[in-house]
Design a protein around this ligand. Structure first.
Ligand code: ARG
Ligand code: ZN
Length: 446
């Protein structure tokens, strides 16, 4: 009896203490319209003496967002006051950090309905993909790229892989654990492109590889322990802090700007390039077929931005930056056509901070022509990473259109059958017409 009581109380107390508590933490918003303030923000780590956790920026309001831990609030306030910076500090909406797990469908099968309506566990994501690959064995091939630090499979979904030499578009999602919407977007993409016959023709000319969860350890940790977890879950014997920012761990200008070499930092770049098994698996996989990969998108949130290289430093662009901007704008336009949502197309280094060792720069450096990071919705920090589940489907439909634009561009530029073939450009315009008519209707809902 006593033992029973004890077990029950342990279960209850861990149940309550489980999720990291952010009481007393604040969200700091600084409007950087004014150049003097922008300079302060760009050097905020020097000004404060530490780098606060950067959440994102609202480009519409030119506002930078940071997450300030409760022990730093006073210090930050006085530094801002001393520097004559006007700012808003607001409480974190505690509702946002409540773990909310909707019940699964009664039959236990994960369907597109789940993808559209709730955030799934890693196991559910894999179950969804397994089911799809069983239903569409010719179109959906699952490939294991390696294991995460804690031993979860890193899975790539190969779509339209018929053994030919078609150009490839590579999409990966969720390298930052707390950016939950990215996983749903990747799964929605896989489902929609495979199940809608209208994309057959596109898949005949372009192969798609999607890695829907590039950081499964971090994601699970953010679901069960700490909603704001960003990094991997690797552990270091000499430190109380674990994890590295996998998007600072790629081997291109590694460790130079916009990174930290301190293990406790949210932007810790790791002990060396590719120190994280997730990054090593992804770079190996991409390098195996890099001559065929013509498009690359890393899905992140938040901010509603389409970012193009270079991002490791400021004011530095690849020689074909015009093409990157042109296709970036076409993607933004396709997104806007869905529900009038604005995405901003900008260079990733020219914003508030450059960041070296990110996947988009590395992909570009390997010769992948169209390489982007997309910061998905929202744009505001009130919801931020905690995008309400009611909004999942729309974000998925928007991002899908952007990815389709990239695929069509890759088909046009690199497709084997499409070079100057009038038949295939007629097909592309058919597809464009179809895009317009389905945009308002949407796929896969319900
Ligand atoms: N929010 C992303 C990050 O901090 C942006 C990365 C953009 N790319 C870049 N090379 N800076 O990882
Ligand atoms: Zn991110």
């Amino acid at each position: 009896m006593l033992l029973q009581l004890l077990t029950i109380s342990v279960v209850i107390s861990t149940g309550i203490a489980e999720y990291k508590n952010y009481d007393g933490f604040k969200i700091l918003e600084v409007n950087f319209q004014n150049p003097r303030v922008k300079k302060y923000v760009q050097e905020i780590d020097k000004n404060l003496g530490f780098m606060p956790d950067f959440l994102g920026e609202n480009w519409k309001q030119k506002q930078a967002h940071y997450f300030i831990d409760k022990d730093s609030v006073e210090k930050v306030r006085s530094n801002l006051a001393m520097n004559n910076i006007t700012y808003q500090m607001r409480d974190v909406n505690p509702q946002l950090f409540k773990v909310r797990r909707k019940r699964r469908d009664l039959n236990g099968v994960v369907t597109i309905n789940d993808v559209n309506n709730r955030y799934l566990s890693y196991d559910e994501q894999m179950q969804f993909l397994n089911t799809l690959s069983q239903q569409y064995p010719d179109d959906v091939k699952l490939q294991k790229l390696g294991n995460s630090y804690e031993g979860r499979a890193l899975t790539a979904v190969r779509i339209g892989d018929d053994g030919s030499n078609k150009p490839i578009v590579w999409i990966d999602a969720g390298v930052h654990a707390r950016e939950w919407i990215s996983y749903n977007v990747a799964l929605y993409l896989v489902y929609t492109i495979v199940t809608q016959p209208v994309y057959r023709d596109l898949l005949n000319s372009v192969q798609l590889i999607v890695v829907p969860n590039t950081n499964p350890d971090g994601y699970e940790y953010s679901r069960t322990n700490d909603r704001m977890w960003r990094k991997t879950r690797s552990r270091f014997s000499n430190s109380r802090c674990g994890g590295a920012d996998a998007n600072r761990n790629y081997p291109f200008f590694w460790g130079t700007q916009g990174v930290s070499h301190h293990q406790c930092s949210e932007i810790y770049c790791g002990s060396r390039p590719q120190s994280e098994p997730e990054v090593l698996a992804l770079t190996n996989a991409i390098q195996r077929e890099e001559t065929r990969i013509k498009g690359y998108i890393a899905l992140h949130s938040y901010g509603q931005e389409i970012l193009y290289p270079w991002g490791h430093t400021m004011h530095t662009y690849p020689s074909d930056v015009k093409d990157l901007i042109r296709v970036g704008k076409a993607m933004a336009k396709a997104i806007k056509a869905v529900n009038n949502t604005d995405y901003n197309v900008v260079n990733s280094g020219d914003g508030l901070y450059p960041a070296a060792g990110a996947s988009d720069d590395w992909a570009k450096s390997r010769g992948i022509k169209y390489s982007y990071t997309i910061e998905l919705s929202p744009v505001d920090d009130y919801t931020g990473f905690v995008l309400p589940e009611e909004r999942i489907n729309q974000v998925c439909r928007e991002a899908f259109q952007a990815i389709q634009v990239l695929m069509i561009e890759v088909k046009t530029m690199f497709g084997i059958r499409s070079v100057t073939s009038s038949a295939s450009s007629a097909q592309s315009s058919l597809l464009l017409k179809h895009m317009r008519s389905t945009i308002s209707r949407g796929f896969g809902r319900g």
